[in-house]
Design a protein around this ligand. Structure first.
Ligand code: NAD
Length: 456
């Protein structure tokens, strides 16, 4: 799968032999080449080192030590095979109950920093602070976030750091945590950096196959004719889903091309039409008896400084990006078309977190999407449906290709990974949320931005 938008010529140049030499001499940024998922390749480039002494150490050992998991687990870093090229480093920090014990973080991670390979994964596992009753433990666990975000900024060679908070009510934490671990400890999370993911107390059933976790599922992707949506359709189909690719009727051939490529169905659908939700519900009920996954990806920008904003620009952006995603889900639920165990995935943006000049309409809509996730998570949980959002940063698409060169160049470089992401990076995150094994993951917003400084 390749980028559907522009090419980052600068990155290509400095990764070449002569380019790398010149960039090194004059001190130019040298964006690392990120390791991305390829079928048949191991999830990580080297073994995983596991440490810590919390309540989740045994479940973690079970997940990572399972010979079928594809991971090579090691529990000390004192030498031996792979000691100088770790693929992942995981600390169970749930045993940290007061601030003085936070020293475990630098004692454990510090010595590993010089012995990791390309695109290594650093993971801190903690307990969801707001659910902890003891104030000292709450404080210490909250502190893990600052460590993880700072570590992300220090890492090199495409390495990333993430924090996973597991509910204190999770009995073993084993099944609910596994899909998250398999995502962040893999090449699929190449452009996800310094994120905090909350896993709740629910148990989850592992899919029959981790390679095809969406087998037998039906997914709808809006805005699937091109860009990020087209790649989401491809990745969900790769994972086994039947994909209904929806886009405006004018998308015509491009929409058919996506549907054909993924062996799915093309559905011309303007998500802002009053009957869009009922049409979609009818379609999925008639053809498939329902739908399991809905990805609200269709989105538009109509940039203007607020002083020059007009009603059409404002209303169209709020209509497509915020009102439609809510209404589609409402209509599907009301029609009984969204099946139990299903998932809703919305596409926000870092502009909805940081704000962006000239994008008051867009920033409003994308922050509203985060509100939608927050507000609907408990409502949909009653129907055993999850809702999460991805918030992309700078992704190489037609949308970002339209940005003037100088601004585009800044957008690419002001992240820890010093480059734009690919559409596949957003799609892999969507697929992680869509995985039925992610049933304990709801109400999350995961940025796919390489730890962009915007809205950090
Ligand atoms: P894109 O413009 O390439 O594709 C968007 C698709 O949505 C198009 O095919 C378009 O026809 C479709 N669409 C627009 N209005 C629609 C409607 N009313 N009904 C049905 N379909 C409609 O954009 P993209 O870059 O692929 O962005 C996809 C999503 O990701 C959007 O929600 C966007 O806001 C978000 N996003 C993108 C970036 C980025 O860097 N590209 C960053 C942050 C967020």
């Amino acid at each position: 799968m390749s980028a559907t938008g522009t090419t980052d010529l600068y990155s290509t140049f400095v990764s070449s032999g002569p380019g790398s030499f010149i960039a090194g001499k004059v001190g130019l940024p040298q964006p690392p080449v990120l390791r991305r998922y390829k079928a048949g390749e191991p999830a990580l480039a080297g073994p995983v080192l596991l440490g810590g002494n919390g309540r989740l150490i045994e479940p973690l050992r079970e997940i990572l030590g399972d010979p079928d998991s594809g991971y090579e687990l090691i529990t000390n870093n004192t030498g031996g095979r792979g000691a100088d090229k770790l693929g992942g480093v995981v600390l169970d920090a749930t045993g940290i109950t007061q601030s003085s014990e936070l020293s475990q973080l630098f004692e454990f991670f510090g010595p590993t920093l010089r012995s990791t390979g390309n695109s290594a994964r650093f993971v801190v596992i903690g307990t969801t602070p707001e659910l902890i009753k003891n104030p000292n433990e709450h404080i210490a666990q909250r502190a893990l976030e600052g460590f993880t975000r700072s570590l992300g900024k220090e890492l090199r060679k495409g390495a990333t750091a993430q924090l996973v908070y597991v509910s204190p009510d999770a009995k073993t934490g084993l099944s609910g945590l596994e899909s998250t671990l398999r995502f962040i400890l893999s090449a699929k999370s190449a452009f996800v950096d310094a994120q905090v993911i909350r896993v709740d107390e629910k148990d989850a059933a592992a899919p029959a196959s981790w390679d095809k976790p969406l087998q037998g599922k039906v997914a709808v992707v809006t805005g699937a004719a091109r860009g990020i949506g087209a790649t989401i359709a491809e990745v969900l189909a790769r994972d086994g889903a039947h994909v209904i690719a929806a886009d405006i009727p004018a998308a015509g051939d491009a929409l058919s091309a996506t549907a054909n490529k993924v062996g799915g169905t093309a559905l011309p659908l303007d998500v802002t039409a009053a009957d869009a939700g009922t049409k979609l519900a009818e379609h999925v009920l008639e053809r498939h008896g329902g739908v399991d996954i809905i990805v609200n990806n269709a989105g538009i920008t109509r940039d203007k400084l607020l002083a020059n904003m007009d009603d059409a620009r404002w209303s169209s952006v709020i209509g497509v990006n915020l009102i439609a995603p809510q209404k589609l889900v409402d209509d599907l639920v009301e029609a009984g078309a969204l099946r139990e165990g299903g998932s809703v995935i919305d596409v926000s943006s870092i502009a909805g977190i940081a704000g962006n000049r000239g994008q008051t309409n867009y920033g409003t809509s994308k922050a509203g999407v985060i509100g939608l996730v927050d507000a609907y998570a408990p409502i949909l949980a009653e129907k055993k449906i999850t809702i999460n959002a991805v918030a992309p940063g700078f992704i190489e698409t037609a949308m970002t290709a339209a940005i003037p060169l100088a601004t585009r160049e800044v957008g690419r470089r002001i992240s820890s990974l010093q480059q734009g992401g690919q559409t596949v990076d957003v799609a892999e995150t969507v697929a992680y949320f869509a995985n039925p094994a992610s049933s304990a993951v709801t109400g999350n917003v995961v940025r796919v931005c390489g730890q962009s400084m915007l809205g950090a």
